[in-house]
Structure formats: C-alpha cells, structure tokens
Design a protein around this ligand. Sequence first.
Ligand code: PEP
Length: 255
Amino acid sequence: MRRLLIAGNWKMNCGPYDAAELLEGLIEKKSEIDENVDVLVCPPFVSIGMAVKYLYDTDIQVGAQNLHFEENGAYTGEISGSMLAESGCNYVIVGHSERRQYFGETDKTVNKRVHKALEHKLAPIVCVGESLEQRKSDKHFGLVKNQITAALHEVSEKDILDVVIAYEPIWAIGTGETASPEQAQEMHEHIRSVLTELYDEDSAEQINILYGGSMKPGNANELLGQKDVDGGLIGGASLDAESFSEIITIAEDLA
Ligand code: PEP
C-alpha cells in the first residue's frame, strides 16, 4: 500500500544552470522508466524555480531542503513555507543532520518547522538518525525514538499521514559507509513501532520511512528490498542522472 519514494537531496550543489543540465539528463532517462515509484528532487533554493520549470510536465516532484518556522518578517536569509509552496514545492526536508550539526537545529525547531510545512501543504521529510558513538554505546533506538517523538509533537492524526520520516544514520551520510540491510530494517521497524505508539497501527503502516546514507545503485536493491524501507533519501548519487535513474529503476523493479 505504500509507494516507494526516491528523493534526491542535492545539498549545496547545482545552481540554476547545473540544475538544468542535471534535470535534462534525468528527464531523458526517467521517461524510459515506468511510474510505480514517486520521484522527488530537492535542489537548493535558488534552483527550485528552474526545477519546477523543467519538470512541469513530468511526474517528478520538487522539494526544498529547509524552511523557516515563521511566516514572514525580519529573518534575513531565511525562506518561508508559503514561499516554497508558491514556488511549486510539494515536499521539504526538515532536520537533516547537517542542519542539526552545523546550523544549530534542535528537536524543538524541527517540530516548529514540521508544523509550518504541514500548514502550507508541504510534506515534511523529517530526518532522524544517530552518530557512530551513539550506536556504539547502544543509544540509537532510544535517540531515534526521542527525535521522532519531539519532531511530531502535536502533529494531528490527520496530518501525520502527510509526514515522511527519513532514517539517516549520521555515520553513513556522505561517507561511503551504509547501514547493512538488516540494520536499516531493524531501525525502520523500530520507527514504525514508535509511530504506532504515537498514533495507531493503521497510520503507522501508511507512513513512508526512507533510508538515507550513501545509497547508490550498488546497494539500493538490498536496502529498498527491506520490508519497512519505503524509499531512499539520496545525496551524492542524486547528483548524477545516470546513478539516480538507476536507483529509480531498481525501485521500479521492486514495486
Ligand atoms: C543525505 O544527505 O541525505 C544523504 C543521504 O547523503 P549521501 O547519500 O551522500 O550519503
């Protein structure tokens, strides 16, 4: 019942011209692939307009990498949810570990951003995940539970169905290391049980839980083949049209 979602997080890469080139390649390759998988690209803010323009007659969706939790006003350098919605975004990444690590994002601000995203009909992709140290000291399950509980504070039973969770072990992001399929499945199952506790089993079964952390064509099949892995949030490999579309094809074959 859950459709796989393959989402590209371009991070701070691809201004409008590079975005156009990457999207041209992706559109060409994607046109040969069936449509049983949802596909999303999340370019940097300045390339969102270009992405929306290029993708308007395709089924590839556009998302942002962050949003501010206020509506508008004196927040120099920030972008609001209404601006993203107006620009054509359907999704927004919230609480990526790089934002938590380098930009002071906390569970509390993640929660505020989740609410703001939902208010503007942007599906928040809420990122959670542990450091290597936390995993080694066996704190990963508790930590992820706390991150999810805090991020979803006061999210209604209706709105939760629009939320996507991305499990991204920090030690696997951009490092070439991936969680093993077993480690991914184990954590995704845990996340679904946390969602069942917070909401109910029926809702938890409908929520997409993505895996992120050095997913590439060589490991996508095993990771995406896990029962509770409902797609991927893909950094590095989404910057190459060939690799990204290979992952989409792998997902299609599993769908
Ligand atoms: C990410 O940034 O969300 C990510 C998973 O990056 P990478 O695929 O490069 O590890």
